[in-house]
Write a protein that binds this ligand. Structure first.
Ligand SMILES: [Zn+2]
Ligand SMILES: [Zn+2]
Length: 319
């Protein structure tokens, strides 16, 4: 099969061995797969991962022990827990200390014609949902995780830093429950795409003296936290969404002086992401996809992903 791998170097391979199917797992034919900031970070050394990249996909089950699933269009949770620990027992496989993660930790990913995942990780995609929406379930679920972590009353003011794909998704998700959300970024074209519902956008932070109740940091850069600390009110909450490989020294005294709460936030439940997509059919997810590339042009697609005006690039296995 064809595959995009990282082995110290990003490569497209025309011939790569098809995955073995462990018992209880499904073989999935990948239709579309998104390139994520995490994939770019992996090519810079994040998690020391070597193998097939990719964790965002929509595909079709080709083979598994349960005939009900065969030929179903699916998306898949990316964390595979050990199944034995306390985290796994509480359906928190994403925090299992021995977890494997699709295309990120110890498990070949979905930037290939086929990938494998446990059947229990799969969710059927509603027939009415187009592939271009379904392929965004993983990042949308990650954005929805914020709602699970923050106990919101509805009256909070929130600021989202970063007008990339994840920042925009976080702002959209927050604006489903809050009326005062501002998305702050550097790129006018991206901010324009970010506009939805009552969401406000701004190129520079209007220096509010009182500070926001909630600041979501999704800039993808180490400096984002510094800005987040200064935009957050005393005793406010800062949600960190960027996974950055950075060794910069940072002055964290604002957290202590202003008693700000710092919340790390990563993956969310797909069930929540799919429900969000169905509840808000007008959420303009299609705007986030800048281009589709055939898998053969993966290297070019990765290069395009790092361009400042790009939002999401999708590899399409069917073109
Ligand atoms: Zn991702
Ligand atoms: Zn476990």
């Amino acid at each position: 099969m064809r595959a995009v791998i990282f082995d110290g170097r990003l490569r497209f391979l025309k011939v790569f061995p098809e995955p073995e199917i462990p018992s209880g797992w499904a073989l999935i034919r990948v239709l579309k797969t998104g390139i994520c900031k995490t994939d770019i970070e992996i090519t810079r050394g994040y998690k020391n991962f070597k193998g097939v990249l990719g964790h965002e996909f929509v595909g079709v089950v080709e083979q598994c022990h349960d005939p009900d699933w065969v030929q179903k269009r699916v998306v898949g949770e990316i964390n595979v827990g050990c199944g034995e620990c306390e985290q796994c027992a509480n359906e928190l496989e994403r925090h299992c200390p021995r977890r494997r993660v699709l295309g990120i930790v110890d498990l070949n990913g979905c930037m290939a014609d086929y990938c494998v995942l446990p059947l229990s990780n799969l969710h059927a995609v509603p027939v009415s949902m187009v592939d271009h929406r379904a392929v965004l379930v993983e990042p949308l679920s990650a954005a929805c995780e914020i709602l699970e972590q923050l106990e919101l009353t509805g009256s909070e003011q929130a600021v989202v830093l970063g007008d990339g794909r994840l920042g925009i998704l976080c702002a959209w998700v927050l604006s489903t429950v809050l009326s005062d959300v501002t998305l702050i970024g550097h790129h006018p074209e991206k901010l324009e795409k970010g506009g939805w519902r009552t969401l406000k956008t701004a190129q520079i932070s209007a220096n509010r003296s009182d500070g926001a109740d909630i600041v979501v940091e999704a800039t993808g850069s180490g400096k984002g936290l510094v800005d987040a600390m200064s935009l957050c009110r005393p005793r406010g909450k800062i949600v960190l969404k960027s996974t950055v490989v950075s060794k910069s020294k940072m002055n964290l005294s604002s957290i202590v002086v202003n008693e700000q709460t710092l919340i790390g936030s990563r993956c969310g439940r797909f069930k929540t992401g799919l429900r969000m997509m169905e509840s808000y059919p007008d959420m303009p997810l299609g705007r986030l996809i800048s281009a589709d590339y055939p898998i053969e042009q993966a290297l070019e697609a990765f290069k395009q992903t790092t361009q400042p005006d790009t939002l999401k690039i999708v590899l399409d296995m069917t073109i």
